[in-house]
Design a protein around this ligand. Structure first.
Ligand code: DQA
Length: 161
C-alpha cells in the first residue's frame, strides 16, 4: 500500500492577518502570505503537505482544530493573544489529540508579563518562541520529520527537485 502523504495544518490566530504592517519592530515585515509559503515549501521538501488557516475568532479556530481530526496529521498553531486567554482552544487541541507545535514570532518571555503564560504549551509537543517567522519553518520541519518517520515515508525518499 502506498503510504498517505502526511498533512500539517498551520493555524494563525487574531491579528496575524496584519503581519507585515503590524508592529514591525516586534513582528518583522514578512506577511502572512510569506508564512503560508514558508510552511508549504518546508513541508513539501520533507514529503508532506501544509495547509494554512487564519481567523480572528476563537470559535472558528476551535472549528478548524476539530476539522483537523479528519484532514490533518499534525498542527502548528500561533494562537496570538488567545494563547494567554483561551482554555477552549487548549481543550480543543487536547480533544483531537494530534501532535501540536506552538509558535510565537516574538519572544513572549521578554515582553509584558501577561504574555508569559500560555494555555497551549501544556498540550503542545514543542514550543518555538522568538525566532521570527523562521519559527514556522522550524515547527513544520519538526512535525514533518516526526510524521514521515511514523508513516515510513522519510524525507530521504523525497529528494528536492
Ligand atoms: C504572538 C505573541 C502574542 O502575545 C500576541 O498576542 C500575538 C502574537 C507572537 O507570534 O509573537 O498576537 O503570538
Amino acid at each position: 500500500m502506498t503510504p498517505r502523504t502526511p498533512s500539517i495544518l498551520v493555524i494563525n490566530g487574531p491579528n496575524l492577518n496584519l503581519l507585515g504592517t503590524r508592529e514591525p519592530a516586534v513582528y518583522g515585515t514578512a506577511t502572512l502570505d510569506d508564512v503560508v509559503r514558508l510552511a508549504e515549501d518546508t513541508a513539501r521538501d520533507l514529503g508532506c503537505t501544509a495547509s494554512s488557516t487564519q481567523s480572528n475568532h476563537e470559535g472558528r479556530i476551535i472549528d478548524a482544530i476539530h476539522a483537523a481530526r479528519s484532514t490533518s496529521d499534525g498542527i502548528v498553531i500561533n494562537a496570538g493573544a488567545f494563547t494567554h486567554t483561551s482554555i477552549a482552544i487548549r481543550d480543543a487541541l487536547a480533544a483531537v489529540g494530534l501532535p501540536v507545535v506552538e509558535v510565537h514570532i516574538s519572544n513572549v518571555h521578554r515582553r509584558e508579563e501577561f504574555r508569559h503564560s500560555s494555555y497551549i504549551s501544556g498540550v503542545a509537543d514543542a514550543v518555538i518562541v522568538g525566532a521570527g517567522i523562521d519559527g514556522y519553518r522550524l515547527a513544520v520541519d519538526h512535525l514533518a520529520r516526526r510524521l514521515t518517520a511514523a508513516a515510513g515515508t522519510d524525507a530521504a525518499s523525497f529528494p528536492k527537485s
